[in-house]
Write a protein that binds this ligand. Structure first.
Ligand SMILES: C[S@@+](CC[C@H](N)C(=O)[O-])C[C@H]1O[C@@H](n2cnc3c(N)ncnc32)[C@H](O)[C@@H]1O
Length: 361
């Protein structure tokens, strides 16, 4: 193209033209490099604006400083937040055994450590990428954060029951429920995000789960005539502060925003309405924010009075803190100490909150 241009239109000699073209190319490269550097700088700067000022002061985002009075060991908490998060996988016992999953991972050069509190699940180093292995594709295990394994044993679904997973996508907990139910009974896995529901369908298929049906609906307005259910899981959308070890951007989110808390309260309230008397409801978030945790449960407890009570949310072999019964001078329902708060340093995990409720017969 340069040559054609030189032949037809340019008055300068060929050598001179090539020299000019070379100079232009060099200038373009230099400009591209500068633009690349500027882009990198801008990226780093926005990161710096977001994290560095606080990192210099306290090594953690300023948004977390308000938790200082409620964390048992602040130094350990800060130190845990600085470490990358280990990866966790759990065995699909419908297809294989924990021993075979362990062997498959070891054959890949990994060193799976069984969890102290759950022997069919394994901890792996942060960069192991277990989702890229053949045994994963074959549906022998699922990759999920360790704290995300807490709600299902607390929900305790039984084979043959009707279960509602109100905010189910991308489906890790739905899958755990189905495996625990031995593919028997019915699970309605609902979410209001169609793209995430598609991911859930992929997970169900890969793991060979047969007792799950999906619905696309606003959970806060889920049809009451679809119930009652024996158990309802409400794993609500939240500010995700507990995911900080995986994604530092979560500290930008406005934890405890009234609109978000209103949505969480509406979802939990609907879950209680959809549960049969004598049935169980598990409410979960992956945030530290009391406004999205204890305060939501407190509101719903007070609304339902004696028709609803909290059961102890404790898991043997897993360390947790009791829920708060007071926050910012506001006294909460005393039974909230039965809820479970998980701080990252307690078990080297992400952060989490679980409440187990029983609808009274
Ligand atoms: C924390 S995630 C759920 C994770 C899921 N339980 C799992 O274990 O894979 C919260 C989910 O709630 C969904 N969601 C948000 N608002 C909702 C609503 N009003 N009704 C139903 N689902 C909602 C989001 O699309 C998101 O998939």
């Amino acid at each position: 193209m340069h040559l054609a241009f030189w032949n037809q239109r340019c008055p300068v000699r060929r050598k001179e033209f090539c020299q000019r073209a070379e100079t232009t190319r060099a200038a373009c490269h230099s400009l591209a490099r500068t633009l690349g550097l500027l882009r990198l700088l801008a990226k780093n700067q926005s990161w710096a604006l977001r994290v560095q000022p606080v990192a210099e002061r306290n090594q953690i985002p300023s948004a977390f400083l308000r938790y200082r009075p409620i964390v048992d060991d602040w130094e350990a908490f800060v130190e845990a937040l600085r470490r990358p998060l280990p990866v966790c996988v759990w065995t699909n016992t419908l297809r294989t055994t924990p021993a075979q999953v362990k062997a498959a991972l070891e054959a890949e050069g990994l060193q799976p450590e069984p969890l102290a509190w759950r022997r069919d699940a394994f901890r792996l180093p942060p960069d192991s990428q277990p989702g890229n292995r053949l045994a994963y594709v074959l549906g022998h295990y699922h990759v999920q954060e360790e704290v995300s394994l807490l709600p299902v044993p607390l929900l305790d679904p039984q084979p043959g029951e009707r279960i509602l997973d109100l905010c189910a996508a991308p489906g890790g907990k739905t899958a755990q429920i189905a495996v625990q139910m031995q593919n028997r009974g019915t699970i309605v896995a609902n979410d209001r995000n169609p793209l995430r529901l598609r991911q859930l369908s992929g997970t169900i298929e890969r793991l060979g789960l047969l007792n799950v049906t999906t619905t696309l609906h606003d959970g806060a307005d889920f049809p009451l005539n679809s119930g009652p259910f024996d158990r309802v899981l409400v794993d609500v959308p939240c500010s995700c502060e507990g995911n900080f070890r995986k994604d530092q951007k979560v500290a930008d989110a406005f934890a405890g925003a009234p609109e978000l808390c209103g949505q969480q309260t509406a979802l939990l309230h609907r879950a209680v309405m959809l549960c049969r008397p004598g049935g169980r409801i598990v409410y979960a978030t992956c945030t530290f924010a009391p406004e999205e945790n204890e305060l939501v449960v407190d509101t719903v407890l007070r609304r339902w009075g004696t028709a609803l009570r909290l059961l102890p949310a404790r898991i043997e072999g897993f360390r947790g803190s009791p829920g708060l019964t007071e926050w910012n001078g506001r006294r909460l329902h005393p039974s909230l100490e039965r809820t479970l708060r998980v701080w990252p340093h307690l078990n080297d995990t992400g952060g989490f909150f679980v409440a187990v409720l029983e609808r009274q017969a």
